[in-house]
Design a protein around this ligand. Sequence first.
Ligand code: UT7
Length: 347
Amino acid sequence: MYQSEDRSKTPAAATTAVLTGLGAWLPPREVTNDELCSHLDTSDTWIRERIGIAVRRRADPKTATGDLAVEAGSRALRSAGISSVDAVVLATTTPDHPCPATAPDVAARLGLGNVAAFDISAGCSGFVYASTVAAGLIRSGTATRVLVVGAETMSAIIDPEDRSTAPIFGDGAGAVVLEAGRPGQAGALGEVVWGSDGERGDAIVIPVGGSRNRDSRHSAPKADFSVRMHGNEVLRHAIRRMVAAATRAASAAGWEPADVDRLIVHQANARISAGVAAALGIPPERVPSNIAEVGNTAAASIPLLLAHAAARGSLQPGHRVLVVAFGSGLAWAATTLVWPAGVCAEL
Ligand code: UT7
């Protein structure tokens, strides 16, 4: 187990996880709505009005999630000014392989040596789940510094012929460094409010490719290896669950919704973000968004938005930030932090 001088001086009870680095990376190729319209029965107007997306990024077929994670992870490490961590936690729905996990390869390629490294699968809530697990490692004294990455190559699991998913999802990655610090310090992660509803798991599912239905692996149509989504059902649950979780997370931080300076909401659909913000009573100018330019990047969505909002000056030191996500599982998670000074997003 990692032993450090700092840790022995800091009792576990007085330690919490503080955000000290932030990075993001997007594959360069942009796919416009017009490009999708060339082979899908949809329109630029429908996608803009019903989802809020103008363009999304797609990794080229030789680029995998681990490649995006290395790019974002290296930027987060540079942002934090460090070159070593005790663990790497990667949130993804699109690992490089079913086995092994992608995080060990990412850690090795980042030159982080033989550190603990593992993946977390919690859909679009994966980054908040991964950050919560990392914060637990730090609070328990098991780790002092953790690299947390959310990375997705959603194009690998989308049926390009399915108009109910193809316009929505995009590829990308974001990452943060969490380090041991004092509770109450700017950047300290607040309490998490999280949960799941496995009874509605089939609302977003890839039917074939795992251990379930493996008999049909060789006979199943190609589309069964792609994401199937009951979009409208997901939309309704997303708003309800995110409002409830965000309300409780804000309250755990001692905040009223009116106290929240920035709502960082998973970029699933601009209408979902607007619905969550309206129900919480948070005005639109306090709700940064990048869905128009990146689409729904699942587990990468929250760290990508944090990085873009920070780089654009929308997140300022001292801002009370409420973070909330929702996705497959179904699973949701919300937490808070006060935005720290001195964290520059590396894009
Ligand atoms: O990231 C976490 C997981 N994902 C989400 O949170 C996504 C949540 N869901 C959504 O964002 C929305 O439900 C969608 C964008 C997927 C769909 O929007 P909607 O307003 O819920 O539409 P709908 O599924 O109720 O469909 C309304 C109509 C249907 O036509 P009819 O039956 O009314 O004639 C659909 O066939 O819109 C049609 N439609 C489309 N039309 C043009 C569905 N997709 C498209 C499309 N282009 N791409």
